[in-house]
Design a binder for this molecule. Sequence first.
Ligand SMILES: O=C(O)CCC(=O)C(=O)O
Ligand SMILES: [Fe+2]
Length: 373
Amino acid sequence: MGRDLSLAHGQEIMQSGNSIDTAAKPEDMLLSIVESGIEQVPPEFIKPPHERVSRLDSEGPHEQIPVIDLAMLDDKGAGKRQVLAEIVRACEEWGCFHLINHGVPAQVMDAAMDATKRFFALPAVEREKYRMTKIGGKGYGQAYVGKAKDWNDRLFLTDFSGEEEPNPDRGCAFSYDLVLTNPPGAQEALASYGEAMHKLVQITLALLSEALGQTPEFLSSKLPSLFGTVLTHYPPCPQPDLVMGLAPHEDGGIFTFLQQSNVLGLEVLKDGRWVPVQPVAHAFVFMVADLVQIVSNDRFKSVTHRALAGPIARTVMANFTATVKDAVIQPAPELCSDRNPPAFRSVVYKEFLKYLGTTDLHVHRLEAFRLRQ
Ligand SMILES: O=C(O)CCC(=O)C(=O)O
Ligand SMILES: [Fe+2]
């Protein structure tokens, strides 16, 4: 690659482990290929055998990821202590959990998901009007991992190019930069969703801080938050065993909230085994990302995850929280001691993103920053 990576490109790479080909022709977009009526997967999507997964691998009884219920927070005493203890356990053991009663209204979630599905159901010529024109920019594009393409198309609602300065009036650079005039009502639905998600992000930053035994402002004072949303559509695949919806990776930001349609596909790695995440209506899948693993001094784990393709279309709204390019990322001194020395070296976020964007690795990329004792 070798090109200079801006925050946004790096951020996209960091978020999903992918880069974007802005030069793809309309007929190259996966949805257009699928809509042309294929019975076989085109060669550019076929993964080498060692990167393929059979759905059968994931069959059988599985533990489910933990569920955390924010309704318990109403009780400021025992209820809150229990929520914090559950967050600690989930973030240490899994790096992820389902969050329920999180305050984002069900109808807001449904309207946003409906808008997302309606976008991907637009005629190709309408989708093309939103084509991404620069790396890391907003718009309609494809994700790539390694040599073979992943089986998805994506719509970036947020500009991750780093060329736009955070706008404090909109709350830590929260902005949906893409203006969707089609499908009708999508813009309004996604704007309401973004506002509600932004509130949830602030609540979560405070809860994670307290779960780490610190003040509610702890994480936001170390890492100014930037929030953005990417819509991902995995079209039905005629040969799912040959492809990957989204190759294994960890997200490179602070944390991620996923809202998924009611179709299996997301899997998380736990103790060396892939665990399918059964969709839970109106829950978010919360995932710890790399920066929390570093700041927590290796206590909370950035979860490795992947998405399988399947015979049924699947749609996911990924809400990423990252930070500003000049933020210094390091284990918090408050969380280090002589007996628990810093596990990672300090790095400026833009340098971290540059590394994520240039390494061939997609998993365990944090290891490059680990200090060996
Ligand atoms: O499809 C999913 O559930 C995972 C999406 C994801 O991991 C990402 O966009 O970074
Ligand atoms: Fe991800």
